[in-house]
Design a binder for this molecule. Sequence first.
Ligand SMILES: NC(=O)c1ccc[n+]([C@@H]2O[C@H](COP(=O)([O-])OP(=O)(O)OC[C@H]3O[C@@H](n4cnc5c(N)ncnc54)[C@H](OP(=O)(O)O)[C@@H]3O)[C@@H](O)[C@H]2O)c1
Length: 300
Amino acid sequence: MKGKAVITGGAGLIGKALAHFLKNEGYKVIVLTRNIPEDKIENIEYIIWNYREPGEWIKSLEGSEAVINLAGKNLASGRWNSETRKAIRESRVNLTQNLVEYFESLTVKPSYFISASAVGYYGNPPNPVDENSPRGNGFLAELTAEWEKSALAAEQLGVRTACLRFGAVLSTEGGALPKIIKPIKYFAGAVPGSGKQYFPWIHIDDAVRMIDFLIQKKSEGIFNAVSPHTIRIEDLIKTAGEILRRPVIFRIPEFLIRALLGEASEIILNGAAVKPARIISEGYDFEYSDIRQALENLLK
Ligand SMILES: NC(=O)c1ccc[n+]([C@@H]2O[C@H](COP(=O)([O-])OP(=O)(O)OC[C@H]3O[C@@H](n4cnc5c(N)ncnc54)[C@H](OP(=O)(O)O)[C@@H]3O)[C@@H](O)[C@H]2O)c1
C-alpha cells in the first residue's frame, strides 16, 4: 500500500482521472470537494472542505505522501468581467495561499505538494519557450505567476513542491476537446482566427501519469505539462476532421471571437510553442507525443 494522496478539485477533469489512477496504483485517495459528487468513485474518500476556513478537513492532510492542488474556477466559462476575474483569482491564488498556511499547523507535513498552473504563463511569445523563459503579459500570465508563488511558499515549510504548467488537457470527458469536436461532427468545424496560434496540449493519460511520476520522484520546481510535439490550432482541428471524416472549411474571424469573449479570447487566440524540457530531463516517457496518435486514441 502506498501513502495518502489528497486531491483538491478532485472531482474535476484532471482530478477525477487522477483519483482513479492513484487508487489503482495503491494510494489511499482523499478528494477535498465543495460538494460530494453524485458519481463518486468507489474506495475514494470525499471530504467537504472550505479553503476559506480551517476545519476538521485539515486533518486529512496530516502525514500525506502528496497533496495535489487542482482546484480553481473554470477559466473557459465565458467573458471575464471583474466578478469572474476575482473568482478565478481567489479560487487559485487565495485558495493555494490558505492551503499552504494550513500545512503549517500539521504535526507531520505532506512529503510533496503539486499545484496546477497553466502555459498561459508565457503569454503569446513568437519563439519557443521552456521553463526558464520569462513570463508573458496579460491576465493569465499575471495570474499564473501569483498562483505559482503562493504554491512555492510551501518550500519554506520544508515541503518539496512542484508547479505543473498544463497545456490544454485533451479528454473526451471535458475541457477543450468536446467543444472543438462537436461542431466538426455536425459539418460545422471551424478554425479560430488565423489558425496559426500555437496549441500546447497534453493527453489526459499523460497528465495523470506525469503527476504519478513526479510523486514518485518528488522533483521540485516548475514543469511544463505539455506534449513535446508542438502544433498550431489548425493542425488540431484539421487532424480531428480527418479522423472523424469531416471537412473543416470554415474560419471564425479573430474580431468576432474578441467581440464575443473580450479578454477571455486570449485562451483561444494566444498560444506558445511550449517545450516540456524539465520533465523530459527527469526521464518521463510520453505515452502520447503525437497529436494524430492522441486524437485517434480519444476519438476512435
Ligand atoms: N484542463 C485543462 O485543459 C487545463 C489547462 C491548463 C490548466 N489547468 C488547470 O488545472 C486545474 C485542474 O484543471 P481541470 O480541468 O481538472 O479543472 P476543472 O475540471 O474545472 O475542475 C476544477 C475543480 O476545482 C473546483 N472549483 C471550481 N471552482 C471553485 C471555486 N470557486 N472554489 C474552489 N474550488 C473550485 C471544483 O471542485 P469541487 O466542485 O469538487 O470543489 C472543480 O471540479 C485548474 O486549476 C485549471 O485551471 C487545466
